[in-house]
Design a protein around this ligand. Structure first.
Ligand code: DON
Length: 573
């Protein structure tokens, strides 16, 4: 009786909460839901059309993996700034039994790459070569990633069904949002400089909200992938088009590089924080290691009592971030090339020792903090996030990227897809800063076939054997501190899940030695107090764009799409 009553209450609550979800009906007729509740499955992504494609797959009996494939492909069409088939990413997948696997489909350096690829004869960095040229492109991993998870986990076992929505969106076109119009207009000159042929992203007049973007070449490429499978992208006509486009413009990706590309299954980085189990991405992403390092350094402190955005709280998080990002710069890279002391980096004693010189009253200048020392193991090293849960409780957390907005801005001639500029995530010269201001060293130096270090942090959090949260974000180096703050908001500050995502954020990363804060988050008084403690503060626009799913007390799930973009939750009812 009691059980039935609870079930009824849960049902009523879920209907009520779904109905009072915050919905923005924009001028294009897109219903953008910023939050919605369901126990039947949901998709949170950067675009309402992609979220809709995903929930349609769930409604047809697909599992979270099927939906993720369809969403990733749809985003490659409707969110060209970051959605992609010409980039790469990482997936954390927790199945309904609580088993977690992760897939690394990160791009790789071409075999002809070398550590001095972006340096002139004097050893100086050639401006823009690692970000805006055909040499900036890493060997893409997304299509291999898609087929790898399809073969292992698809429930529908029908690839055509998963790719067809993307083909239709590309062939028929879709109405672009105001944000997309702005982004396309902003990138016009780079698109023109790098593509000496007609591309769908450039036209004679400026883009505006509601204009229809059709991508005929991309539709044909997706159709060929549907017909011929993985090998179309890595060995077929599409591969030939990609290599032709690259090699005609002094790039170095070869057919052999494409043919050899393989995603890698990796053990998740797993650890505990205040009774929650955190499952995140292992190297070559720095996300999981840094997230757990920071949580572990925070665990001895009572953050709730300090208070959200209090001076003590901001100071503590900044000091923790400083120490972790210092370790990142020295120790992390592609585990196939460098020995990464993951175990030592996450060791409780080591992390306690890192905080030994923490002064609760004073910032410690970053120049006085270096990476920790530890014995190395003996011989033997514009992004977008998708969060999905299906009705059976399988959860997918995927972060995928072209790196910059529209990647390299290079569209493969005749094939219609945009290529990444992921090579800039390598340390292109010791001590040189990449576009996110990250500094790198030997562990992340360029080597043929090596994966560049990432900050992407797709994460699943479990509590009492059940999924508690599925979360991730874009934002370059700010991804890790964004995910950290969402988790701390939920776990320590006990915030409502919607507020936990939408709350203001700040970020620091050891170097540059400053705290970046979202415009208007801190009062003048708070800023002054932090400066008096020795912190340099710089205001900036949005930090991260989180897609999150969080379990409610009644066992239903709430999806939250970041208000910082066109991001949208769609649920199965
Ligand atoms: O893998 C990385 O860490 C970067 N390439 C991610 C880039 C990114 O998040 C850009 N989005 N704002």
């Amino acid at each position: 009786m009691r059980f039935k009553f609870t079930l009824l209450l849960a049902l009523i609550l879920s209907v009520l909460l779904t109905d009072c979800s915050s919905t923005i009906s924009d001028k294009l007729g897109y219903n953008i839901h910023k939050k919605a509740v369901s126990s039947m499955g949901m998709v949170v992504s950067a675009h309402p059309l992609a979220s809709e494609v995903g929930t349609n797959i769930l409604k047809q009996g697909g599992n979270a993996i099927d939906a993720a494939i369809a969403v990733q492909l749809a985003l490659a069409v409707v969110y060209p700034a970051a959605g992609n088939i010409g980039g790469g990413g990482f997936m954390v997948f927790t199945d309904q039994k609580g088993q977690t696997v992760t897939l690394d489909f990160r791009e790789k350096a071409p075999s002809a790459a070398n550590r001095d690829l972006y340096l002139d004869s004097k050893g100086d960095v050639i401006e823009g070569l690692s970000t805006s040229s055909h040499l900036a492109v890493g060997v893409p991993g997304t299509v291999d990633g898609i087929f790898t998870i399809f073969e292992k986990y698809s429930k529908l076992k029908n690839f055509d069904l998963l790719i067809k929505p993307a083909i239709e969106l590309a062939a028929n076109g879709y109405k672009i949002t105001a944000e997309e119009a702005n982004d396309l207009n902003y990138s016009e000159s780079e698109f023109k400089r790098l593509n000496k042929y007609a591309i769908p992203f450039v036209r004679s007049t400026a883009w505006k909200q509601g204009d229809v973007l059709k991508q005929t070449d991309l539709a044909e490429t997706l159709q060929r992938i549907m017909n011929n499978g993985r090998s179309e992208f890595y060995e077929g006509k599409t591969a030939e088009m990609l290599v032709k486009c690259i090699s005609e413009n002094k790039g170095i990706i070869t057919l052999d590089d494409l043919k050899k590309y393989k995603s890698v299954w990796r053990k998740p980085i797993a650890g505990h924080y205040r009774g929650y189990t955190i499952l995140s991405m292992a190297p070559p992403s720095s996300g999981g290691v840094l997230l757990l390092q920071m949580l572990k350094m925070l665990e001895p402190y009572d953050l709730k009592t300090m208070g959200f955005q209090s001076k003590q709280y901001i100071h503590l998080l900044t000091e923790v971030q400083r120490r972790s990002y210092a370790d990142r710069s020295v120790y992390l890279g592609d585990p196939a090339f460098v020995k990464i002391p993951v175990h030592q980096l996450l060791d409780s004693m080591y992390l306690l020792s890192r905080m030994r010189n923490f002064n609760p009253l004073r910032a410690i200048p970053s120049k006085l903090i270096s990476a920790g020392t530890m014995p190395l193991p003996h011989e033997s090293e514009e992004t977008t996030h998708i969060s999905i849960i299906d009705k059976d409780g399988n959860a997918v957390s995927i972060t995928t990227t072209l790196n910059s907005s529209y990647g390299s801005n290079i569209v493969v001639n005749g094939a219609g897809f945009i290529l990444n500029n992921e090579m800039d995530d390598f340390s292109i010269k010791p001590g040189n800063l990449n576009q996110y201001g990250l500094i790198g060293a030997e562990a992340n130096a360029i080597q043929p076939g090596k994966r560049m270090l990432s900050s992407m942090t797709p994460t699943v959090v479990m509590k009492d054997g059940k999924i508690f949260a599925v979360v991730g974000s874009p934002g370059g180096s700010t991804i890790i501190t964004t995910v950290l703050q969402v988790l701390v908001n939920l776990i320590d500050h006990k915030m409502d899940p919607y507020d936990a995502v939408q709350a203001g954020r700040f970020h620091s990363q050891w170097l540059p030695d400053k705290i970046y804060v979202e415009n208007g988050l801190w009062s003048k008084q708070l800023t002054r107090q932090l400066e008096e403690m020795g912190h340099a503060i710089e205001s900036r626009t949005d930090i991260g764009r989180v897609e999150a799913i969080v379990r409610n007390m009644d066992g239903t799930y709430i999806g939250i799409a970041d208000k910082r973009g066109d991001d949208d939750v769609e649920v199965v009812k």
